[in-house]
Design a protein around this ligand. Structure first.
Ligand SMILES: Cc1cc2nc3c(=O)[nH]c(=O)nc-3n(C[C@H](O)[C@H](O)[C@H](O)COP(=O)(O)OP(=O)(O)OC[C@H]3O[C@@H](n4cnc5c(N)ncnc54)[C@H](O)[C@@H]3O)c2cc1C
Length: 456
């Protein structure tokens, strides 16, 4: 006979770790299994030119569960204040503090310039109507069922390509899929110079999952390097088969929480009902690649003020400087190039040639920084984050619904994708478990023996 764990959590990203943290006051036996060599999932941070840089998630959004947790766990954060924003198109980079000034310098026909100014002014107006203290209000609910693309109809081609690149860069989604509601949060906030919207964690986004992991209950174990291959229900317990590449083992659990990207769920839980499969398909989660470039900007202070530069026709869709306005003592600024159009590029992380190609592209946007690059790091994500589309909006109740004692948490089960969504969903599932585990548990029927077998 073997132990039956109260909960097995698949994935030690924000959702999986927050779940264990949220249940820390109960004396539960929780096993968090992580396939990778480190915890934190898509919030990974690395050191680049002497400071932490985020290779995936960049900001903690104000007014969300991520901010609450960051405060609770005493994370160091600074507000992100986008005083300027910019556009690069056809060899010209224009960065300024207002839409007319940004658009004026762009090599576009006058009709496109006028359309761009009108569109961006409209977006800023809508932002002010629907956002309060940096958070989207209930007034924006209707925008959840409208795509950004529907807003772009009738725009002249060149103006449209600028907005499409900005939407992709700012929200890691496509205008055709993305709901207008989230364009507000992810794009219009830059135009509105919103500084109540995002916080930058100075020690990196991964610091928060690390802090969660350090504060779980005494009977919680987090194991890295153990991939879950399958889950099946057998006589009221769940059998979780996991392996470390050399051997496999079966763990028994009363509950399982899936805390992995939506496209990975069905491959692990093969017995899900049709409605769950359909819902998971509606949570599209495309790939993305980021390259962070550290540059010495001594004598070029204007680069410190860059916040968000949308780029047309590059390997990436935008460049973000997460600490605009900061004049670092060492003169180094770290710019992250977000490539949603580029998608998932396996192997780029260790491929110097490919990284150099991104750096070269970056230098066509910021030619003044040639000869000043002091480091670059790439990361690629097969499933970047769940696109906030009207389709996914409709699928939300089915995404959240448990299947027996298998529960689903992660950014794809949240109304808002991003780590805050994952943290929210961890809390929702923790409440479900809290209620369920309070009920008496009948002992395991005879015959359940944990298996350990090698070379599979
Ligand atoms: C480029 C990019 C930019 C982003 N920007 C932001 C941002 O600014 N702010 C923000 O809040 N969020 C942002 N996000 C999203 C944020 O990173 C995710 O929403 C969040 O990480 C989701 O957490 P999760 O726990 O659901 O999934 P993940 O972070 O993906 O964690 C899942 C974990 O499960 C593990 N796993 C997968 N399969 C298995 C298996 N079979 N067995 C065991 N373990 C497994 C994975 O290795 C991973 O560690 C961004 C993401 C990317 C990629």
């Amino acid at each position: 006979m073997t132990d039956i764990h109260d909960v097995v959590v698949v994935g030690a990203g924000p959702a999986g770790l927050a779940l264990a943290y949220d249940l820390r006051d109960l004396d539960l036996d929780i096993q968090v299994l992580e396939a990778g060599t480190d915890i934190g999932g898509r919030t990974r941070s690395v050191q680049l030119a002497g400071a932490a840089v985020n290779t995936g998630a960049m900001f903690i959004y104000r007014g969300t569960r991520a901010e609450t947790l960051a405060k609770e766990l005493r994370q160091d954060t600074v507000p992100f204040h986008p005083a300027t924003y910019g556009v690069h198109i056809d060899g010209v980079t224009s960065v300024a503090g207002s839409t007319p000034d940004v658009v004026e310098k762009l090599p576009l026909p006058q009709a496109s310039k006028d359309a761009l100014v009108a569109f961006m002014d409209g977006l800023e107006r809508e932002y002010r109507e629907n956002v309060s203290d940096g958070a989207i209000t209930g007034k924006a609910a209707g925008l959840g069922n409208e795509t950004v693309a529907s807003r772009l109809e009738g725009l002249p081609g060149p103006a449209r390509s600028v907005i499409e690149a900005a939407v992709r860069g700012g929200s890691v989604g496509d205008a055709a899929q993305l709901s207008a509601k989230y364009a507000l949060r992810y794009l219009a906030s830059y135009i509105a110079h919103e500084w109540e919207n995002r916080l930058y964690p100075v020690n990196g986004m991964q610091d928060l999952p690390r802090a969660l992991a350090a504060n779980v209950g005494s009977r919680t174990t987090i194991t890295t390097g153990l991939r879950v291959h399958s889950i099946r229900e057998s006589e009221d317990v769940l059998e979780v088969t996991a392996g470390d590449g050399e051997s496999r083992r079966v763990l028994l659990a009363r509950h399982v929480v899936m805390a992995v990207p939506a496209p990975q769920v069905a491959g692990i839980c093969r017995q899900l009902p049709g409605w769950k499969h359909e819902a998971l398909k509606d949570a599209e989660t495309p790939g993305s690649t980021t390259v962070t470039i550290a540059a010495n900007i001594e004598g070029l202070p204007e680069f410190a003020d860059w916040s968000f530069v949308s780029t047309v026709g590059k390997k990436f869709d935008c460049i973000i400087n997460p600490q605009p306005g900061v004049r670092a003592a060492d003169g180094i600024v770290r710019f992250t190039c977000y490539g949603n159009s580029a998608g998932f590029i396996p192997g780029i992380e260790g491929d110097e040639q490919q990284i150099q190609a991104w750096v070269d592209d970056f230098l066509t946007v910021a030619p003044e920084l040639r000869g000043r690059i002091v480091g670059a790091a790439a990361a690629t994500w097969e499933h970047c984050f769940s696109v906030l589309s009207p389709k996914r909006n409709d699928a939300l109740p089915a995404l959240q619904r448990s299947v027996g004692n298998i529960h689903f948490a992660g950014d794809y089960t949240s109304e808002t994708a991003g780590s805050h969504g994952a943290y929210d969903e961890a809390r929702r599932v923790a409440q479900v478990l809290r209620a369920s585990l309070a009920e008496p548990w009948t002992e395991l029927p005879a015959g359940h023996v944990a298996t350990e077998f090698s070379n599979t």
